[in-house]
Design a protein around this ligand. Structure first.
Ligand code: SF4
Length: 102
């Protein structure tokens, strides 16, 4: 990806990675387990949750930013492992989304 699709990610030009993984696969950069709703998913006490992890990855967490709660995937490498990508990636993005909704 870095060599052939150099403009896919701004981190390529900085020679940086989003996760500290030796073999980081970018094909599912937009993790199929990430759920987001602009209107808010639910209220938790006084705060609004806007995103979450559908598989409740043990390496993800919910971050609180003022009155907003967002899924923090910074420590999770689930969608970046080659085996995961081989199992879930498809050139037809709609097929990936259909798997997510099953
Ligand atoms: S925590 Fe991991 S599996 Fe869950 S949405 Fe984030 S990157 Fe995907």
């Amino acid at each position: 990806m870095k060599k052939e699709e150099y403009d896919f990610c701004p981190l390529y030009a900085k020679n940086k990675k989003c996760h500290d993984m030796e073999k980081l696969n970018c094909y599912l950069c937009a993790c199929p387990n990430f759920r987001f709703d602009d209107e808010g998913i639910q209220k938790i006490n006084t705060k609004t949750q806007y995103s979450l992890c559908d598989i409740k990855s043990k390496d993800g967490r919910q971050g609180v930013y003022g009155e907003k709660i967002h899924q923090d995937c910074s420590k999770c490498g689930v969608p970046h492992h080659q085996d995961y990508v081989k199992k879930h990636f498809d050139l037809d993005w709609k097929k990936i989304m259909q798997k997510c909704l099953l």
